[in-house]
Design a binder for this molecule. Structure first.
Ligand SMILES: Cc1cc2nc3c(=O)[nH]c(=O)nc-3n(C[C@H](O)[C@H](O)[C@H](O)COP(=O)(O)OP(=O)(O)OC[C@H]3O[C@@H](n4cnc5c(N)ncnc54)[C@H](O)[C@@H]3O)c2cc1C
Length: 485
């Protein structure tokens, strides 16, 4: 039975072998003749470390401030079962996630969600997300009309997209500006903004169109109406997860690293130039000398680590804000509640609800439906809404349950509840993000051997993070080769 299998897995202190491996760091002298220190043991840092270990160009040390690996990839215990508390799947369009799973021997563990659609909580009730969305925007008026997501007036306004003259100004603009201009406010507020809030915990009136929907910007710049765009060609499921939860990926990655390459419970607090390479200052008071450093920490932490290097990167990094988010889990005994036939629903920002979205976990993932229990996961937290952070866990659960009852009619008492808060949250790709990231990367050219990885730069999804880790590793490995030559 799926639940029982998961309950055997530890929620905390996950490393490759399920135990904490620590290393004694030399005070000076480095971790090897050529070495890379990876700061942050989230998916980006682990992907970087795994790549470096595979390349075999030098010794690798991962420094992680918390007592477990995985960062946002985490599990929550609910009545003896362990469930993904952060990401619960990854997109397949970017192949980096599936490729890494295959490389780690996890291809047989990949599972697809049930082929059920998602819903929108709009115009007073749950309604189907329009079919035929092309990269988030409608393609066919008939499916937009059939969903009932927008009023007849909103529908008429959206239909104008196909004939409105195409004007798009130079430079970046917000997704809101772009979509409101083309389809009107209603389509933006009822369909596009909830979809993007679900991914970025963002406010699409502040999110960068160039970074978040570059394909829409490009299409308009080429003079194409958005309604004429083809839906992306896909084969197979759009999302996948691992049967044992995404911590399985974390365990497998850590398991590929040589013994002694992970230091848990120690934070990087500063970075300075050493004679050859860098000196990483740790919260333990120790210092590590190394040839190269991959910074895979959240942007505000990376900014403070870089402070003493006098690079403009730290100021630029400080401008990437992160929005705290939380997941609230409700578990019901078998047969207690009936869910709508869907994977879950999204909630528009304009309604000022606490919930951003809700996943019917046990229904979305057939492999979790082992013992007939119903499990619902509600996402809380988006750019501009912080009042929920003042609520304690009990208050948060009550508030979420009130909204859930309003949306679905489910008012039964859950058998178990759990709350998981991701305090450093989701990095926001605000207007000008691409330019900012380019400037950060350009400023680091003067510091050979320093490379950035993580969700704050070229995509928040797991495949994008994995790709960023690999890129950073390749950059660091290039420096190691130069050192060795
Ligand atoms: C609730 C939620 C749901 C999500 N759902 C999905 C999804 O379904 N699919 C998807 O693809 N993506 C999803 N995402 C996004 C994705 O999970 C993240 O973007 C990704 O996991 C970030 O990985 P990272 O390694 O860049 O950062 P993190 O996971 O934040 O890792 C950074 C690491 O650095 C450590 N650290 C911090 N300070 C220091 C220091 N001073 N020294 C050393 N270490 C330090 C932290 O402890 C942490 O382990 C979700 C995110 C959240 C929060």
């Amino acid at each position: 039975m799926a639940w029982a299998r998961r309950a055997e897995r530890p929620c905390r202190l996950q490393t490759g072998a399920g135990t904490i491996r620590t290393v004694t760091l030399p005070k000076t002298g480095g971790v090897g003749s050529s070495s890379v220190v990876v700061l942050g043991g989230g998916i980006s840092g682990l992907a970087a470390a795994h790549r470096l270990a595979t390349l075999g160009t030098g010794q690798v040390l991962v420094v992680e401030s918390s007592l477990r690996l995985g960062g946002k990839i985490s599990a929550v215990e609910l009545a003896g079962h362990f469930l993904d508390a952060g990401p619960d799947s990854f997109i397949t369009r970017n192949p980096a996630g599936t490729r890494l799973c295959a490389e780690l021997g996890l291809a047989g563990e990949l599972v697809a969600p049930a082929p059920l659609g998602a819903l929108l909580w709009v115009r007073g009730r749950l309604r189907p997300l329009p079919k035929d969305l092309a990269l988030g925007v409608p393609r066919q008026m008939s499916s937009l009309a059939a969903s009932g997501a927008v009023s007849p007036l909103g529908l008429a306004r959206a239909a104008l997209e196909g004939i409105l003259p195409i004007k798009i100004r130079q430079g970046d603009l917000s997704v809101g500006e772009l979509v409101r201009q083309r389809f009107g406010d209603e389509v933006f507020e009822a369909v596009v903004d909830p979809l993007l809030s679900g991914i970025y915990a963002g406010n699409a009136d502040r999110l960068s169109a160039e970074s978040v929907v570059p394909h829409l910007v490009e299409a308009l710049r080429r003079g194409r109406h958005l309604m004429s765009l083809d839906a992306p060609k896909t084969s197979g499921p759009a999302f996948l997860t691992l049967r044992g939860g995404l911590t399985q990926l974390v365990d497998a990655l850590a398991g590929t690293l040589p013994p002694g390459s992970i230091q848990l419970g120690v934070a990087a607090v500063g970075l300075s130039r050493a004679e050859a390479g860098y000196r990483v200052a740790l919260s333990s008071g120790e210092e590590v000398e190394t040839d190269a450093v991959v910074l895979a920490t959240p942007p505000s932490v990376t900014a403070s680590i870089l402070k003493s290097l006098s690079t403009p990167a730290d100021q630029l990094l400080s401008g990437i804000e992160s929005v705290p988010v939380a997941t609230v889990f409700l578990m019901y005994s078998p047969g207690r509640v009936t869910l709508p036939s869907a994977t879950g629903f999204l909630v528009p920002r304009r309604d000022a609800r606490l919930m951003v979205g809700c996943t019917f976990l046990s229904q979305k993932w057939p492999h979790l439906d082992g013992d007939g229990r119903t499990v619902i996961r509600c996402a809380v937290g988006r750019d501009g809404y912080s009042s929920w952070q003042g609520l304690d866990d009990g208050q948060l659960v009550r508030a979420v349950r009130t909204e859930l009852q309003e949306a679905t009619g489910i008012g039964e008492d859950p058998e178990a509840v759990a709350v998981h808060r991701h305090c450093d949250g989701m990095p926001q790709y605000r207007v000008g993000h691409k330019e900012r990231v380019e400037a950060i990367e350009a400023s680091l050219v003067a510091l050979p051997g320093l490379a950035l990885a993580g969700a704050a730069y070229h995509g928040v999804g797991l495949p994008a993070c994995i790709a960023s880790g690999r890129r950073a590793a390749d950059l660091a490995a290039g420096v190691l080769r130069t050192v060795a030559a």
